[in-house]
Design a protein. Structure first.
Length: 127
């Protein structure tokens, strides 16, 4: 599964709230089969919900993010490089040093996301 495609879909969902599956191939420039495979995987991992939907007389799916309320413990974010960053006090939105442009944070988030996806796949294989 293309990590970039997953990132694009999740970003679109965060921005719009919901998407129509049949419109995604044109919006993303990816074939419908690939989109379907990615969405099924995200649904299986509890990240999105797909509901049947009629769009221009055709059956498709309305895609939305599942909102899980989670309590965050300090141990849960210990993987983030921010905890030991020498620039932490100067870091902030709109500043030259910020979470939005921190390469170390971006890499750490992607690695943690992949671990979470992998652990979800392993759990589903064992059940």
């Amino acid at each position: 599964m293309s990590e970039r495609l997953v990132d694009q879909i999740l970003s679109m969902l965060h921005n719009s709230g919901e998407l129509i599956q049949s419109r995604l191939p044109k919006q993303l420039g990816v074939n419908a089969k690939t989109i379907s495979k990615v969405l099924k995987s995200l649904e299986k991992n509890g990240i999105i919900k797909r509901e049947k939907f009629i769009d221009d007389g055709r059956v498709t799916y309305k895609i939305s993010l599942l909102k899980k309320e989670q309590r965050v413990e300090l141990d849960d974010i210990g993987w983030a490089p921010c905890t030991t960053c020498p620039n932490l006090e100067r870091c902030g939105r709109g500043q030259p040093i910020s979470p939005e442009n921190c390469e170390k944070l971006t890499i750490a988030i992607k690695m943690e996301y992949q671990k979470l996806l992998s652990s979800g796949e392993n759990k589903s294989e064992n059940t």
